[in-house]
Design a protein around this ligand. Structure first.
Ligand SMILES: [Mg+2]
Length: 123
């Protein structure tokens, strides 16, 4: 069991992450943002455009990792960049008090009702 002391604003409590237990997206969102706060990334207000750009930078890093060795897309580097994308997304969502798990569920349910290729879009 990994012990993490939670320092997030408004969430001053002790938290525990059990590596043997599956965490929900909501739990990850809170843990990721709490860690970012504790590491000083929210000492001042952050803008949504900046946070979106940071997500985009991780997407670009994933692209570069893939381009460097497309035959090795299971490499640690590519996986790490995909994880960075999720971490940045979850961090921003929690900062903005968006329940990412709820939003994903809602959009997933909507997507199930959409037509094949959303009206014959090519990609
Ligand atoms: Mg990265």
């Amino acid at each position: 069991m990994l012990e993490i002391f939670v320092l997030s604003v408004g969430r001053q409590e002790k938290d525990f992450i059990d590596r043997n237990t599956q965490m929900t997206i909501s739990e990850w969102q809170v843990a990721i943002h709490t860690l970012a706060v504790s590491k000083g990334w929210y000492d001042g207000p952050r803008g949504v455009p900046e946070l979106l750009c940071l997500i985009h930078s991780e997407v670009s890093e994933a692209l570069e990792a893939y381009r460097d060795s497309p035959e090795d897309h299971l490499s640690n580097l590519f996986s790490e960049e995909l994880a960075d994308i999720f971490i940045r997304l979850a961090d921003m969502a929690d900062y903005l008090e968006i329940d990412l798990e709820k939003a994903i569920t809602k959009k997933y349910e909507y997507n199930k009702t959409r037509t094949f290729r959303h009206g014959n879009k090519r990609c």
